[in-house]
Design a protein around this ligand. Structure first.
Ligand code: ADP
Ligand code: MG
Length: 286
């Protein structure tokens, strides 16, 4: 669906490049998450692939076509939800969607049906200026679905949303995947990426040093541990032991025999751990 090779980009007038040699691909039907701290170039990467930024180096194919060659029909096939909502504040939610729907050549979906998907049906007749930031983000997402596109770009789709609303957005994204859509999302929220992405790439220093399936990365970079919480004369203590060869770990066995155990928990590596290790490795590289 998307194939990027050696992608580089510098904003006009900037001293240093934002992207310097990115390589990644996105398969049809998958949810790909580009992760990285604020300012790492996630939105820039997406804007290049939407055909909004010119002057990049390397090769960027979307739908097997070089992005330089796209025409109007490209925008009938992609849906975009920008980081900052692009909506008419004086209009209601439904009026916004009807207006944007009119821009497409192909038939569009019923705005009310889409508003229901993100729990905004009750707010359909409210002016967007009265919406919270989270509501605007969800309406922004609706906008990208009007023309039923096959490839979706979601830039930080759960910004400003409480956990319950974020869950609604996650469910919507997973539902889109079940319908066969391809989703390219960006996030700085590692837990979110872990929950919904099939594959992720870590963007740091203009590059993607590590990418893969979240579960594989956690296994590869993380070291599962057992956290033991004990209590005794000196108060409560937490100790962590590697899961590997636990039965031969004398310190662990002594703890079990000699302390009163409050709890035992296995600790899986998180994507945060992977990110910290991956970026530390890159910093050490020449
Ligand atoms: P992210 O989405 O990961 O937070 P961005 O792609 O928005 O990162 O930005 C990457 C870098 O490019 C930042 O240092 C940002 O300040 C810079 N940048 C973003 N947009 C512009 C622009 N229009 N002109 C110049 N620099 C920009
Ligand atoms: Mg961004």
């Amino acid at each position: 669906m998307i194939n990027i090779q050696n992608l580089g980009f510098t904003y006009p007038g900037a001293a240093t490049p934002v992207l310097s040699g990115l390589n990644f691909h996105i398969e049809q039907g998958e949810i790909y998450g580009l992760l990285g701290p604020s300012g790492s170039g996630k939105s820039t990467t997406q804007k290049i692939l939407m055909g909004l930024l010119r002057g990049f180096t390397g090769s960027a194919l979307v739908f097997d076509q070089p992005i330089e060659n796209i025409d109007r029909s490209f925008y009938e096939r992609i849906g975009v939800s920008f980081e900052l909502p692009t909506l008419y504040l004086r209009l209601t939610a439904r009026e916004n969607l009807s207006l944007f729907a009119a821009l497409y050549d192909k038939p569009t979906r019923d705005p009310m049906e889409i508003l229901k998907l993100v729990d905004l049906a009750d707010a359909a007749e409210q002016r967007v200026e009265d919406f919270s930031k989270g509501m605007k983000m969800r309406l922004n997402l609706c906008r990208s679905l009007l023309h039923d596109p096959e490839l979706l770009f979601f830039d930080e789709p759960t910004t400003g949303q409480d956990p319950a609303r974020a869950r609604i957005t996650h469910e919507l994204i997973l539902r889109l995947k079940r319908e066969g859509k391809t989703i390219f999302l960006t996030t700085h929220n590692m837990a979110e990426a872990d929950e919904i992405c099939d594959r992720v790439g870590f963007l740091t220093n203009g590059n993607i040093p590590v990418s893969g399936i979240p579960a594989d990365l956690k296994r590869q970079y993380g070291r599962p541990e057992l956290e033991v919480v004990t209590t005794g004369q000196n108060g409560v203590h937490k100790v962590r032991f590697p899961m590997e060869n636990l039965a031969d770990n004398t310190e662990f066995l002594t703890t079990l025999r000699q302390s009163e155990i409050l709890s035992l928990h296995t600790q899986e590596a998180s994507l945060d751990d992977v990110f910290i290790k991956a970026t530390a490795r890159q910093d050490k590289a020449p």
